[in-house]
Design a protein around this ligand. Structure first.
Ligand code: F6P
Length: 412
């Protein structure tokens, strides 16, 4: 695939107001971004080394990456890396030698996962080429007893009217976003998602009615949905259940499922993960198996198409998306962005005042767009003042990052 032209940097198409609020950096000890760079990334390196018996060379590379991230300056990709030039345009030329904590947080996080793939040998040549370092964790989750219980619950949906089933599946897909393995690594270290806090609704914005109104009525079967997926396993499974419902009930003729071209942010879905999820469903009992069979047929006849655009792993906001991707979004009936990272990239990873209208920050987007996300980082827009006040009255800012709250936001 030819290299895409270097995109404009950091939301040049974003014009809701001038000046834009500052981009989040990771340089403030005690802040959430700082803790991700200083604690979560080292924990992920340790987990990867534990999960797979990498050889001494790979282990040395992982140790070197850990040292560089914490104490060194950003190194570029090897000169022969297939995406060396792309990353040079995306920022390694500009940030080379700088501390990982001083550059935009979105950038340093994304580059961390790219470098982790180098350290583990994903790009080869050699025996580790194409070996997903996160696969052991992803498979463990896909085959966990909790997943069995979630699939068994589908039997109870069968008797519901289609509208109620659709609403349940939408919420399943939304809250499925809490199942994020990178997030759980730090939740396990004390920041676990807990209660929502008295007086604060778990859904901080709910445009679900508008979302349904943007989809063609059942039986028409003409629209195209772009679903920009997030995590594999227990998030992707409910995403796929929703996709099946929309295709089977003729809301849509086609779904373009955007997944990552390579392993990313621990549990982000790749095409291998889509196949694992569909097989998991097809191999289950009860209603789940029917979903799996239908999804397999939809993949085979093209109604469900998997996309792996390089920009899906870019360290940049969607305001900087290349023209081919913008054209695909422009042609869709609706584009749905799943998850926290995609939200950050959709609205821009900035210190937005929480009541900044979602419609303003997504005004650059070339078509109708929706976000389904549980809140796992500081970025938030589109709150009404009463909701913001209720959340702040909980006395802690954990509502922003703890995964206890969620939103459905839409811009038509
Ligand atoms: O899987 P999700 O919902 O995109 O969440 C990943 C989130 O986890 C983090 O790595 C830390 O919260 C964020 O950087 C990112 O937004």
């Amino acid at each position: 695939m030819p290299e895409p032209a270097p995109p404009p940097r950091y939301g040049a198409r974003m014009t809701p107001r001038a000046p834009l609020p500052p981009v989040l950096l990771g340089d403030e000890p005690g802040s959430f971004p700082y803790s991700v760079l200083a604690e979560r990334h080292p924990a992920i390196i340790r987990q990867v080394a534990e999960d797979t018996p990498y050889d001494p060379e790979r282990r040395r590379a992982l140790d070197a990456l850990l040292e560089e991230c914490l104490h060194g300056g950003i190194a570029p990709l090897p000169a022969d890396a297939p995406d060396h030039d792309r990353w040079a345009a995306w920022g390694t030329d500009e940030y080379r030698g700088r501390s990982w904590f001083e550059v935009p947080w979105l950038w340093s996080e994304s580059y961390f996962y790219r470098r982790l793939l180098d350290a583990t040998g994903w790009y080869g040549p050699g025996p580790w080429q194409g070996v997903d370092p996160f696969r052991p964790a992803k498979l463990a989750e896909l085959h966990a007893p909790e997943t069995d219980a979630e699939l068994a619950a589908l039997d109870r949906l069968t008797g519901l009217p289609a509208g109620r089933r659709a609403a349940a599946l939408l919420h399943g897909s939304l809250w499925g976003n809490r199942a994020d393995l990178g997030f759980r690594l730090s939740a396990a270290s004390g920041a676990a998602a807990g209660t929502t806090g008295a007086g604060a609704p778990p859904l901080v914005a709910d445009d679900s009615e508008r979302l349904w109104s943007l989809l063609p009525p059942p039986g028409t079967g003409t629209g195209t949905l772009c679903l920009v997926a997030d995590n594999a396993g227990r998030e992707l499974v409910p995403d796929l259940l929703l996709v099946d419902h929309l295709l089977t009930h003729g809301h849509l003729g086609r779904v373009l499922l955007h997944v990552k071209p390579h392993p990313y942010y621990v549990s982000d879905a790749t095409s291998a993960d889509v196949l694992d999820a569909v097989r998991r469903l097809a191999g289950a009992t009860g209603a789940a198996a029917g979903y799996g069979r239908r999804l397999g047929s939809a993949l085979a006849d093209g109604r469900l198409t998997v996309r792996v655009h390089p920009f899906s792993c870019a360290p940049l906001p969607y305001a900087d998306a290349p023209e081919d991707l913008r054209a695909e979004f422009a042609a869709a009936t609706l584009t749905v962005f799943k998850g926290d990272l995609n939200y950050r990239r959709l609205v821009g990873d900035r210190r937005w005042p929480p009541t900044t209208p979602f419609a303003d920050v997504t005004a650059y987007f070339p078509g109708p767009v929706a976000a389904l996300r549980t809140l796992k980082s500081d970025v938030i827009t589109g709150l009404d003042p009463a909701t913001e006040a209720a959340l702040d009255a909980t006395g802690r800012q954990r509502w922003r990052t703890g995964g206890t709250h969620a939103l459905i936001q839409v811009r038509a």
